[in-house]
Ligand binder design. Structure first.
Ligand SMILES: [Zn+2]
Length: 426
């Protein structure tokens, strides 16, 4: 009797353990894994804890599995935005960052990234942000500690800029001292120290403004702003610490130099030429063109005083860079989805998919650019970016198949991050 009761107790304990490892079967109407070019029907994805543990037909469902029935939906991997700035807001963003304390910026930014998660962005890479401290990493750490829902956050603390460059405030009298939204550094030594600090306070990417920018006041995107010596110092320092570099570069010379010197990604790449395309391919560098933000600027910034430079430059150069982006896509340059979202209106970021399709990508190629390609950019392709057994269960669902209408990605209906539902069908 005694042995039987011990056995019974063990069985009870074991079944309790089993029950605590509950599996959930997601019944997919259609399934795009982003692992290949197919759209699957009659598929079930089984999630346990934060991982995908089985993919198969309905007969893999056991009686004790929980069911999420998404029969009428298309399931895709969680989206990854490779270029965002959660703390920046407003067309006069270069002064807005001074209005809130770092604590306020963190609270505001948390809300922003939570909105993005609900739009389907389960991972984001911050391309440097506008806070005098590191509020965006406080957001990341609070999310990782399980205190709040939010996307996986990677990226850079700030963008490094030369004095008078795209990350400096160039419209204040010389006797005033304000902290620019970028990290202003000149010379090898300052760059080295800045990079060490960025890494110390949580950056897993270094962002450098190799050329001037479109949205900042008083500098020229067609100038290369860092010297060769400074650029080399930046890439050497980051590389020695195993941290990749993303280079904001508009000017042709800046793009080509940054690739040759060893960055992992070029942001914008506006004035890329034939040589740039060859260099991208030769050095296996990613291009994050952030195309849609230009289109948005043309629609929105016509009467904006702070963004009149951006509006004029975009109008002037749009035709040229659209032509070159098309060429880059046709030649097989690795292109990722990056929105340059600075708290723009809801569902802004997913319009980048539409822009990439207009530039010649197939809808599936664009979906892969915002999932698998970006996971590879982040060097996280073993964890995220596709729906595969063993990977983290970051999944989204749309009502229509985005292969038939890519704009459907602006209407994501269901989001699961790491096995937890963060947005459900209403
Ligand atoms: Zn940006």
């Amino acid at each position: 009797m005694k042995i039987v009761s011990v056995v019974a107790l063990l069985v009870l304990m074991f079944s309790t353990v089993l029950r605590s490892q509950d599996k959930t079967a997601i019944i997919c109407g259609k399934l795009i894994t982003a692992e290949d070019d197919r759209v699957y029907t009659d598929r079930v994805v089984v999630v346990q804890g934060e991982k995908i543990v089985e993919i198969g037909t309905k007969d893999i469902i056991k009686s004790d599995y929980k069911i999420i029935d998404l029969t009428g939906y298309t399931i895709l991997p969680g989206l990854i935005d490779a270029h965002v700035h959660p703390l920046i807001y407003g067309d006069d963003y270069q002064v807005n960052h001074l209005k809130g304390s770092s604590a306020f910026n963190a609270l505001r930014g948390l809300k922003t990234v939570q909105n993005w998660l609900k739009e389907g962005w389960t991972s984001i890479r911050i391309a440097g942000d506008a806070d005098t401290q590191y509020a965006h990493f406080e957001i990341r750490d609070a999310i990782n500690a399980g205190l709040f829902d939010g996307p996986r956050i990677y990226g850079a603390g700030h963008y490094l800029s030369v004095t008078g460059g795209g990350g400096d405030i160039n419209f204040i009298a010389p006797e005033q001292t304000v902290i620019a939204e970028g990290l202003v550094v000149d010379g090898k030594d300052e760059i080295q120290k800045a990079i060490r600090e960025e890494i110390k306070y949580g950056s897993d990417w270094i962002k450098i403004l190799v050329t001037g920018a479109f949205m900042s006041e008083g500098d020229n995107p067609q100038n290369v702003q860092f010297s060769d010596e400074e650029l080399t110092a930046a890439i050497e320092e980051a590389t020695r610490r195993g941290v990749p570099v993303m280079a904001h570069a508009h000017a042709t010379e800046g793009i080509n130099k940054a690739i040759k010197f060893g960055v992992r990604s070029i942001e914008h790449g506006t004035f890329l030429n034939e040589e740039s395309i060859e260099l991208f391919l030769e050095h296996d560098v990613f291009l994050i063109p952030t195309v849609y933000v230009g289109e948005y600027g043309l629609e929105t910034f016509k009467d904006s005083k702070a963004q009149s430079k951006m509006y004029e430059l975009t109008k002037k150069y749009r035709e040229g860079y659209w032509k070159m982006y098309k060429k880059a896509i046709a030649n097989g340059v690795k292109i990722g989805v990056g929105s340059d979202n600075i708290g723009f209106p809801p569902n802004f970021a997913a319009k980048e998919f539409q822009a990439l399709v207009e530039l010649g990508m197939s809808p599936l190629q664009a979906i892969r650019a915002g999932t698998m390609v970006n996971a590879e950019l982040l060097m996280k392709e073993d964890e995220i970016g596709s729906i595969k057994v063993g990977k983290i269960a970051d999944l989204i669902a749309t009502k229509k198949n985005p292969i038939d209408d890519i704009s459907e990605l602006t209407r994501v209906k269901f989001v699961m991050k790491g096995g937890k539902i963060v947005k459900t069908i209403e």
